[in-house]
Ligand binder design. Structure first.
Ligand code: ADP
Ligand code: MG
Length: 243
């Protein structure tokens, strides 16, 4: 399990994360909700060490980080090996085919045998509904297809957790749906995930747990059911404004 305690992150005058503590249970999907600028990306990026809070503790099973201390390269590598980040803008390698995108990490980073990596990649492309796209280049894919490839590529690394920062916000609603369906299926298979999204219907379906962040603080931490049935006026207003 990933657990953080007392995270503080300051950007110049702006206190982006203020004493954030939370748990992200294994084999569950935790959804992070909140208005723009509330600190959601900063929180997610802190878990992947793309952002370094000034203070706070991070525990990922046996791996412990005190953000106020220097973090060793070995620790950064350990965390990055065990997690995968999926971005809004897909970030596929444009000069590689879809299949090559999927086997690049497994072969060069994980040192997997190329034949085994290729078999796994084909299987994952089937899972995201793109078995017929193995040999095309990313430029010929729709945004929805590109994001499904990015998700398959993250799964190819067999990460313990996948972090997704607004994975569908660059997509038209129709293309968004095909990506959300894939994520729902992966969640059902108990892949540990942390997802930032603005899609309330999706959040309600996919989340085991919800964190609501506002002004760099966690204002709600509970189950999806509790969140969508809360009496909290602020949360009810947020949900209805977003729906
Ligand atoms: P969210 O993802 O919820 O929209 P962010 O985590 O991206 O919010 O940002 C939280 C706040 O921190 C925002 O006010 C943003 O402008 C500020 N911020 C984020 N990254 C930086 C940065 N690299 N430098 C300065 N300010 C930043
Ligand atoms: Mg963001």
């Amino acid at each position: 399990m990933i657990k953080i305690e007392h995270l503080d992150k300051q950007f110049a005058e702006h206190h982006a994360l203020q004493d954030i503590s939370a748990e992200f249970p294994e084999h569950q999907t935790t959804v992070i909700l909140g208005p723009s600028g509330s600190g959601k990306s900063t929180l997610l990026r802190s878990l992947n060490l793309l952002e370094r809070p000034e203070r706070g503790q991070f525990d990922f099973d046996q791996t412990h980080i005190d953000y106020s201390q220097p973090i060793s390269d070995a620790t950064v590598l350990d965390v990055r090996r065990r997690t995968e980040m999926v971005f809004q803008q897909f970030n596929l390698f444009p000069h590689l085919t879809v299949l090559q995108n999927l086997i690049e990490g497994p072969v060069h980073v994980l040192k997997q045998d190329r034949a085994a990596a290729t078999d796994h990649a084909q299987e994952l492309l089937g899972k995201v509904g793109l078995a017929d796209k193995a040999d095309v280049y990313p430029s010929s894919l729709s945004g929805g297809q590109a994001q499904r490839v990015a998700i398959a590529r993250s799964l190819a690394m067999r990460p313990e957790y996948i972090f997704l920062d607004e994975p569908t916000s660059a997509l038209d609603p129709e293309l968004e749906l095909e990506v959300l369906k894939v994520l729902l299926q992966i969640a059902r298979e108990e892949q540990s995930m942390i997802i930032v999204t603005h899609n309330m219907a999706f959040a309600q379906k996919v989340a085991d747990k919800i964190l609501f962040v506002e002004d760099g603080q966690i204002r709600f931490d509970g189950t999806s059911d509790e969140f969508f049935h809360t009496d909290n006026e602020r949360i009810r207003n947020f949900v209805s404004a977003m729906t």
